[in-house]
Design a protein around this ligand. Structure first.
Ligand SMILES: *[C@@H]1O[C@H](CO)[C@@H](O)[C@H](O)[C@H]1NC(C)=O
Length: 368
């Protein structure tokens, strides 16, 4: 080899070796390859027809809850630490209760008229007229780092998720890149005040829901494109099964609809760039090491999608905004009175779409 070429080759090798050493020492994630994303149905862009509620007044309303008993009053939690409410009679928004912080995620009603709130940074909260009570911030001596979604059963027991025991809400993307089973489903018993683990080793434990008969509890695993169920009643009580898998996006919040079936928001975490790197643990470790590179990678994610899933775990229909023209990164979907309401971490509004505008032919997903 000519001396000049030799020098150049040595310089390249030295640069690669120092980059490798830098990544090995500094990468915040201990990645394993992400599983291949399931195929997505052809786009229908029906979510582009939605109406924007509270536009400008709602900063990243992650979860939405519609109170049927109060004629459809709409609740959401925003990044400014408020629980906000829309009156169905006149559409006006009110700052209803102040909780504080930037990590308010899942909200769920409690039978006593208070609201259960997952504060990713603090844990499970109860918010009522008298103020804010911390119900759970640790389990078996380990901190709850990422309280995400909750549901109260008719016996008062609260099921809720801790998305990741390694990374908090401000670093959620690290957990996506790591693609390990760092999450868990928890259970808070109000009669004893004790919190226990229902299911451990979940892949980004996210939305939690109960069917009408409360025979099981569902918990979504965002980075595995599936939701699991744990039987609570009957001869299978205590057993875990897949509820739905091969979802065409990462399941976030899940809620029971008035028809007894479920609605699941599927966050869209794909792009040609991300599809290229996520199968490689090394590529993810490199990208995660450089914050600007990571932010740019996140910015390539586009689109929103929601799925209507039957009580026995079959996908009935999927609605999307494939390029995110009107809504991106929908994190929750609730059906009430023939309308669906969408929350998102990437909007300043809650989306509303009348299902009467959506014909079944446009959205049918062949189930095999
Ligand atoms: C909207 O309705 C609610 C409850 O009915 C009422 O308290 C509120 O003042 C109304 N707001 C406006 C702007 O009319």
């Amino acid at each position: 080899m000519a001396p000049g070429l030799f020098t150049a080759a040595a310089a390249v090798l030295a640069a690669v070796a120092s980059l490798a050493a830098y990544v090995a020492l500094n990468s915040p994630v201990d990645s394993v390859p992400s599983p291949p994303p399931p195929p997505t149905p052809p786009p229908n862009n029906l979510l582009q027809r939605l109406e924007k509620l509270g536009e400008g007044a709602l900063d990243a309303p992650e979860d939405v809850y519609v109170d049927a008993a109060a004629g459809g009053a709409l609740y959401t939690a925003t990044r400014d630490g408020w629980l906000q409410r829309m009156h169905p009679s006149n559409g006006s928004w009110e700052r209803w209760r102040f909780v504080g912080g930037t990590g308010l995620l899942g909200i769920a009603p409690s039978a006593d008229g208070t609201m259960l709130v997952c504060d990713a940074n603090k844990g499970l909260l109860r918010v009522g007229e008298e103020g804010v009570t911390l119900l759970a911030s640790e389990v078996d001596g380990s901190p709850i780092k990422f309280a995400d979604a909750a549901i109260e059963a008719s016996d008062g027991v609260i099921y809720f998720s801790d998305a990741s025991s390694r990374f908090g809400f401000d670093r959620w993307y690290y957990d996506f890149f790591e693609s390990r089973a760092n999450g868990r489903l928890l259970r808070y018993d109000p009669s004893t005040g004790l919190t226990s683990v229902v299911l451990d080793h979940l892949y980004f434990a996210n939305g939690v829901a109960l069917p009408r008969d409360e025979a099981f509890v569902v918990v979504c695993e965002s980075t595995r494109f599936r939701c699991m169920k744990v039987w609570l009643k009957g001869e299978k009580a205590g057993q875990t099964e897949t509820f739905v898998d091969n979802l065409p996006g990462c399941p976030d919040n899940i809620r029971l609809g008035s028809d007894g079936h479920f609605w699941i928001a599927l966050i869209q975490t794909r792009s040609p760039w991300l599809d290229l790197i996520t199968p490689s643990s090394l590529a993810k470790r490199v990208v995660a090491t450089f914050p600007a590179f990571l932010e740019w990678s996140k910015s390539t994610m586009k689109g929103a999608m929601v799925a209507h899933v039957s009580e026995d775990g079959k996908i009935i229909r999927v609605l999307d905004d494939s390029q995110g023209k009107v809504i991106n990164f929908a994190t929750s979907v609730n059906e009430f009175n023939g309308d669906i309401f969408l929350g998102s971490l990437a909007t300043n509004f809650v989306g509303k779409l009348s299902l009467a505008e959506v014909t079944q032919e446009q959205v049918t997903v062949s189930s095999s």
